[in-house]
Design a protein around this ligand. Structure first.
Ligand SMILES: O=C(O)[C@H](O)[C@@H](O)[C@H](O)[C@H](O)COP(=O)(O)O
Length: 238
């Protein structure tokens, strides 16, 4: 049985965000020191902004760090739904403005073509993340690994190469409401450090319910079963 990760609890969003940013900075700084470059992948959504703000102010050699996304809505950066917009507006500021951004979205092509372009761009950047920050939806999705999605099985297949896949929007009102692009489980298996940041009681409950679930249909269970050394940092403050 794979190690089940302990949940580290923080009594405020501030201390929670500081702890995550410090760990990400430690890992990215070590990668730059040891290999001359680092690759970070983070989520969109409403959770990571306090972490991104702290990371942006951290003294690292950002000119040697590339930043990308673990998933993206298939919309241009001008859309308020764009995760790239969040990264540019919050993370690629201050000291981190010197970092290179690798978007997942490509305009005017199909989502599957955009996934191929993104997979190549990430491959050209080394094909392995030194540090990953994940969020989680209240349905247990991470990245764009949504329950009931026809792409879920392929995204969760541990034996494939790390890549990016197109994810169709859900039918009959099912999530996701927009077409998406998502890294697959092998990208998390090959990462140097994977941190899951959770806020609120509901998400803690979902995590505790799902981490010993079905690795074929529940992303958190899939990470644990695949032996991803997940660090889970949680704060009650929603
Ligand atoms: O594109 C996205 O929505 C995110 O990358 C996604 O994977 C996110 O981490 C979860 O949906 C949680 O979203 P919240 O942080 O908004 O709860």
């Amino acid at each position: 049985m794979s190690e089940t990760p302990a949940i580290e609890a923080f009594n405020s969003v501030e201390t929670w965000a500081e702890a995550i940013a410090a760990r990400l900075a430690e890992t990215l700084g070590a990668a730059v020191r040891d290999h001359g470059r680092a690759l970070f992948a983070g989520p969109g959504g409403s959770t990571p902004a306090p972490v991104y703000r702290r990371l942006a102010a951290t003294d690292l050699d950002w000119s040697k760090i590339a930043v990308t996304l673990v998933d993206e809505r298939y919309v241009p950066e001008t859309s308020p739904e764009s995760n790239a917009r969040l990264i540019r507006d919050v993370l690629l500021q201050d000291k981190a403005a010197a970092a290179r951004f690798i978007p997942l979205y490509t305009p005017e092509v199909t989502v599957d073509r955009a996934a191929i372009v993104a997979a190549k761009a990430l491959g050209d950047a080394g094909g392995r993340f030194d540090a990953v920050l994940l969020g989680m939806g209240e349905d247990g999705h991470i990245c764009s690994m949504f329950p009931e999605s026809p792409t879920l099985k392929t995204l969760l297949t541990p034996t494939l190469k790390p890549t990016v896949l197109g994810v169709p929007h859900g039918r009959d009102g099912m999530a996701p409401t927009l077409e998406r692009l998502s890294i697959n489980l092998p990208y998390l298996m090959s990462a140097g450090r994977v941190i899951l940041g959770l806020k609120g009681a509901a998400k803690r409950l979902v995590f505790e319910e799902q981490y010993q679930g079905d690795p074929k249909t529940q992303p958190i269970a899939a990470l644990i079963a695949a032996g991803v050394p997940l660090e889970v940092l949680w704060t009650e403050e929603g």
